[in-house]
Ligand binder design. Structure first.
Ligand code: HEM
Length: 471
């Protein structure tokens, strides 16, 4: 009897799964064949690939502009047409206002951050916090970036003296975390000097926890991280209130939102978001640029020449305008973000039925969309010779790429809130390091990315030998 019940249950389960995985077949959209029970993400479930790498491979397995895929059990559309993707993100934003990731006050308060928020909860937070990244705020961040940069420089100086190869991934992450602690949250972390600083180690703990499954389906972060962030927010707000400190920075804007109607937990959820979204991406821009430069001496030579020339003219002083004037530096960071976008893909959820232009297809409300940035960046149709690192493709005179396919900060109203800060901090860091050190590659050009995490984390770090420049 028991055996019969088990067999019946197995049959019902199998039929249910077959029904779920026939969604695209039933809806008549060209699709990639799913595998029960993984959908199209077996390699992610088995922790063999990161989600970004898996999505990029799914892109390569089709030629259709819109392809049905399964993110485990969730049917989604992979948008293989970059022009349509841009339209979805911008002019047709009205039908794609949300990201469709977990946002649930009851199940997980920490999912209630700006990234995950549906339009109505997202709008007031976004419009308030945008002020933290204005031009004048950015200029005001420079002394801190330079001050923390001195510690990074000292640390790399030690590595240069030792002659050993060092992992830039870890060191630069500490540096960016220290910058973020001070410019956004108003306290000194010094995780470069103090390897066990909790503000840094909590981020390492987040990395271990940050799988796609956790982000999208279960809870967004562990209790250890949420407790840490909540007490950090409480402490900082209390300290400012007690000492009557009112700066016009990120924490202050968050405090204003708290006084309006955001709970401490929601404030902490946003602190966690800005910590992660800001640190991984900015660090990645720095280390992958240095990695590519170390493999392309001619590009490195041209950039170092620009850096030296500009610093000579400014008497060695690094300012916002100086960094902005470096045009070759700008195309190098653009080329880095093509090959290594901070996020491999963007996601959107259809919020109103959408008639795809020039097609019979209507995307139904509730459908999940995946916009694969990394795959566009490596597609010959959009970027000729995509495997090569060619900053010149972004120069006005030698421009050679499809603008619709380039969106490393996303696009439309929900694009990155702080692209200028990311670019600025990465550029100041590169100027500083390239003016003092020469970087020698000690590992292959092709980077393997860590499986099971959403951002582009190098599996084996980015190891290099560092030499002091003779100037
Ligand atoms: C080079 C550095 C950076 C890159 C490449 C990057 C990239 C991105 C991308 C691709 C998105 C998704 C956009 C979309 O869905 O259309 C995003 C969103 C976001 N980023 Fe950045 N980012 C960077 C730096 C930063 C920094 C420094 C911060 C803050 C300290 C930040 C905070 C955010 C936030 C809060 C969102 C969600 C925006 C919203 O939903 O309104 N990012 N970023």
């Amino acid at each position: 009897m028991l055996l019969l019940s088990v067999a019946l249950l197995a049959i019902v389960l199998l039929l249910g799964l077959q029904y779920i995985f026939s969604y695209w077949h039933r809806h008549g959209l060209p699709h990639l064949k799913p595998e029960i029970p993984y959908g199209n993400l077996r390699s992610v479930a088995k922790r063999q690939q990161s989600l970004g790498v898996a999505i990029t491979e799914l892109y390569r397995r089709s030629t259709e502009p819109l392809v049905g895929i399964y993110l485990f059990f969730t049917p989604a559309i992979l948008v293989r047409d970059a022009t349509l993707a841009k339209r979805i993100l911008t002019v047709d934003f009205g039908s794609f206002q949300d990201r469709g990731v977990l946002y649930d006050k009851k199940r997980d308060l920490f999912s209630c951050n700006m990234f995950a928020a549906p339009l109505s909860s997202w709008r007031p937070v976004r419009s308030k916090l945008t002020a933290a990244f204005s031009l004048s705020q950015l200029r005001g961040m420079l002394p801190t970036v330079l001050d923390v940069g001195t510690k990074l420089e000292d640390r790399l100086g030690v590595a240069a003296e030792s002659g050993d190869a060092v992992d830039l991934n870890g060191i630069c992450m500490r540096y960016v975390v220290d910058v973020i602690a001070e410019v956004l949250f108003g306290f000194k972390a010094d995780s470069i000097g103090n390897p066990e600083h909790p503000f840094y180690t909590i981020g390492e703990y987040c990395d271990e926890q940050r799988s796609y499954i956790r982000n999208v389906h279960l809870s967004s972060i562990s209790r250890k991280v949420s407790n840490f962030m909540i007490s950090l927010v409480r402490q900082q707000m209390k300290y400012r209130a007690k000492n009557d400190l009112a700066r016009k920075d990120f924490l202050q804007l968050l405090t204003d939102l708290h006084q309006e109607d955001l709970s401490v937990e929601e404030c902490a959820a946003n602190v966690n978001l800005f910590y992660t979204a800001g640190s991984e991406t900015t660090k990645a821009t720095v280390i992958y640029t240095l990695h590519e430069l170390a493999h392309h001496p001619e590009v490195m030579g041209r950039l170092v020449e620009e850096v030296d020339e500009c610093l000579k003219q400014s008497g060695g002083e690094i300012s916002y305008d100086l960094v902005k004037s470096m045009s070759y530096l700008d195309v190098c960071r653009k080329e880095t973000l093509r090959k290594y976008p901070g996020l491999f893909f963007l996601n959107r959820k259809c919020t109103h039925d959408y008639q795809v232009p020039n097609s019979w297809l209507v995307i139904k409300k509730g459908t999940q969309l995946v916009i694969p940035l990394k795959a566009y960046g490596m597609d010959e149709r959009y970027f000729p010779n995509p495997e090569s690192y060619i900053p010149e493709r972004f120069l006005e005179d030698t421009k050679n790429y499809d603008e619709n396919a380039y969106a490393p900060f996303g696009n439309g109203p929900r694009k990155c809130i702080a692209p200028r800060m990311g670019i600025f901090v990465a550029k100041v860091t590169l100027v500083r390091l390239l003016s003092k050190f020469r970087f020698e590659a000690t590992q292959e050009l092709k980077i393997e990315f860590a499986p099971s995490v959403v951002p582009l984390v190098p599996k084996d770090g980015v190891r290099m030998k560092i030499h002091r420049r003779c100037i």
